[in-house]
Design a protein around this ligand. Structure first.
Ligand code: AP5
Length: 215
């Protein structure tokens, strides 16, 4: 968990590549639903465009369905979920019923001015979801994804006014989740302003100490 642009997706992608854990990003799933013009996508579109949260029941159902797939049996990474106390309660209840539990919850901390720089410079691949940054992680060929050559795009909700609203939404609805998880002893706070590799190493060590199965 962490504010928009803190680096959640970047770290989840590295964990996915190096540890083979499925990366379940509710933001990515919702953006794909919008592109595919599904019923979920049509219901979610206006909320996402404004930087508001999509209603809990839609997102809870997406995650429940995804977590029931067999590739999550050996572990998974949730990116951007839960984001409200109601979502956290829904996840707890679902995991308890399934006889599963979370090994670690990671909170990304970063100053607001750093976030704005990250989000205005971010470019993403609409095909594979790879994340780039014009200064920090530019693609090898300008404007093209390193993996599939697709033309990189700027997310619609990365406009500065929408980013400021997303930050407010984070403070109001998601920041209170810190207390919900801190009490459980599975909680790590990382300074997300450090280089990508340093953030990764700290999270990996923590997860390893909790779950003992990551490399
Ligand atoms: P979502 O897609 O989840 O967006 P977000 O949480 O706002 O987070 P971002 O994807 O913007 O940032 P990130 O932390 O992943 O940063 P990144 O790694 O890309 O959600 C979008 C929308 O969907 C929401 O607004 C809402 O409408 C809806 N939604 C999603 N989940 C929902 C839920 N559970 N409930 C309700 N609604 C939901 O990095 C950013 C940039 O920084 C990149 O360019 C990257 O290259 C660069 N960077 C990353 N790490 C570093 C580093 N260490 N140093 C320097 N640069 C870095």
């Amino acid at each position: 968990m962490g504010p928009p642009g803190a680096g959640k997706g970047t770290q989840a992608q590295i964990f996915h590549e190096r540890q083979g854990l499925p990366h379940i990003s509710t933001g990515d799933i919702l953006r794909q639903a919008v592109r595919d013009d599904t019923e979920v996508g049509r219901r979610a579109f206006a909320y996402m465009r404004e930087g508001d949260l999509v209603p809990d029941e839609i997102v809870d159902e997406i995650v429940r369905t995804r977590l029931a797939e067999p590739d999550t049996a050996g572990g998974f990474i949730l990116d951007g979920y839960p984001r409200t106390l109601s979502q956290a309660d829904a996840l707890d209840a679902w995991l308890a019923r399934a006889g599963r539990s979370l090994d670690a919850v990671v909170s990304f901390e970063i100053r607001e001015e750093a976030l704005l720089r990250r989000l205005t410079g971010r470019r993403v691949c609409p095909v594979c979801g790879s994340i780039y940054h014009l200064d920090v992680k530019p693609p090898r060929v300008p404007g093209r994804c390193d993996l599939d050559g697709a033309e990189l795009i700027q997310r619609r909700d990365d406009a500065q006014s929408t980013v400021l609203h997303r930050l407010e939404v984070f403070r109001r609805w998601t920041a209170p989740l810190v207390d919900h998880y801190r009490r459980r002893g599975i909680f790590l706070t990382v300074n997300a302003e450090r280089p990508v590799v340093d953030v990764y190493d700290e999270i990996r060590e923590f997860v390893q100490s909790r779950a003992g199965r990551v490399r």
